[in-house]
Design a protein around this ligand. Structure first.
Ligand SMILES: [Zn+2]
Length: 415
């Protein structure tokens, strides 16, 4: 059933989330005992008194905390989180992979993740899934997708990515992905931990500055942002100097480049936990990937703190379903890790809500619990500003005003 049909069934009249405590992460505070009126897909009214409007359905919010829907800006929905996800999707093919991707999108939604940015899928299948959700073919969270990663021949992402060499190729790849419907362009500016080709050395840059500039300049014409996989410092620098809007990983970020990122408003999606998990190793996971991940982990915390100190806008993302890194809700574990690494809880909540919306450019309608905003909401049985572990205590999720009970065995699909 499509979203419109569900809205007609469940939200034609107003919902009241009664007597709840609103998490206002931007101001590090809780606004206690509020009635939140959801009318259709939007928040109509928030007040401490009984509303005038006729209420169709009341959700008891007592002793609960209401926060904006969570966003994860680094997912690979088509992967399986097993020891070698790339090999797995190549074997099963894109048709099975798109079904898995959809399954994963719904799993996220039930845990309070209402917005996802997929930054690399085979055959651009995440673009098709995003389109199917937007056109109400299937019900699912807000999904943005880059399609294939643009990388150098044999570089990070090769095999499933769009492999290029030179500026002409860079232009062709960018235009092809935009024509395909990409919401954002993903590039691999450096090697990575997980990759089976010879060129994957941690210290190596991959796309060169001219290729990066070609891609970002072309994307800008369409108002499309570029996000980059960038681990080493030279690669991060190439991105920041050449128009990239969102750095993924940023494991070797130094203080001066962090200051430059802050000045230019470039976002960082640190994905701290995925490398720690990969560094643990597991049967079937490539040993080279494990040793490279260990090297990343040795630097990542310092890089993250450099970003924090410089005032870089940090948004939440996980790299979920990459090797040895399933299942959901990894963004919650990532949030807890950001907290452990020294980020104040209110900033962590901001990173996985409003900052993520700002990075996507959707902050005017999503990322805060305020009148007029879209009703993407999570009701928690505990205050996440006090303890980030409370992010796991999900009682209800609302997507565009559609109520989802995470405890039901029924799938939102079968509503
Ligand atoms: Zn990734």
């Amino acid at each position: 059933m499509g979203r419109e049909a569900i809205l007609m069934t469940f939200s034609a009249k107003t919902i009241m989330i009664k007597n709840t405590n609103i998490v206002d992460a931007a101001n590090s505070r809780i606004i206690e005992n509020q009635n939140v009126i959801v009318d259709g897909s939007h928040i109509k009214e928030i007040s401490g008194t009984t509303p005038g409007s006729e209420v169709f359905h009341v959700v008891d919010g007592e002793k609960s905390y209401l926060m904006p829907g969570i966003a994860d800006l680094h997912v690979h929905l088509n992967w399986d989180g097993g020891p070698d996800p790339r090999q797995a999707v190549l074997q099963e093919g894109a048709k099975v992979a798109v079904l898995r991707a959809y399954r994963h999108a719904l799993d996220h939604l039930k845990m309070g993740v209402t917005t996802l940015l997929d930054v690399g899928s085979m055959d651009d299948l995440a673009i098709d899934l995003a389109s199917a959700i937007r056109r109400n073919v299937v019900f699912g969270p807000h999904l943005y997708a880059t399609g294939r990663i643009i990388c150098i021949i044999g570089g990070h992402g090769a095999g499933l990515g769009y492999e290029i060499s030179g500026r002409d190729d860079a232009l062709r790849a960018t235009r092809t992905l935009i024509k395909r419907g990409a919401d954002m362009i993903k590039i691999a500016a450096t090697s990575g931990a997980y990759g089976s080709f010879g060129a994957e050395k941690l210290e190596a840059i991959q796309l060169d500055p001219e290729e990066i500039l070609t891609i970002t300049s072309e994307a800008r014409k369409y108002g499309i942002k570029v996000t980059a996989h960038a681990l080493n410092l030279e690669g991060i620098r190439n991105c920041v100097d050449n128009g990239v809007s969102i750095i993924q990983h940023g494991a070797f970020l130094d203080k001066s480049t962090a200051r430059l990122m802050a000045q230019k408003g470039v976002f960082l999606v640190p994905t701290l936990l995925v490398y720690r998990k990969l560094a643990e190793g597991a049967p079937g996971v490539m040993p080279e990937a494990v040793s490279k991940a260990r090297e990343v982990v040795r630097h990542h915390r310092e890089a993250f703190l450099n970003a924090l100190e410089a005032g870089v806008r940090i948004a939440g993302g996980t790299d979920v379903y990459s090797p040895n890194f399933g299942p959901h809700p990894r963004i919650i574990d990532e949030a807890i890790t950001m907290g452990e690494y020294g980020m104040p809880n209110s900033e962590v909540i901001r990173a996985i809500t409003l900052n993520a919306s700002e990075a996507l450019g959707t902050h005017r309608t999503r990322g805060r619990v305020e009148e007029g905003m879209e009703a993407d909401l999570v009701l928690l049985r505990g205050n996440p500003l006090e303890d980030l572990n409370n992010l796991k205590k999900v009682e209800r999720v609302f997507l565009d005003g559609v109520e989802i009970d995470p405890h039901t065995t029924r799938d939102p699909l079968t509503l």
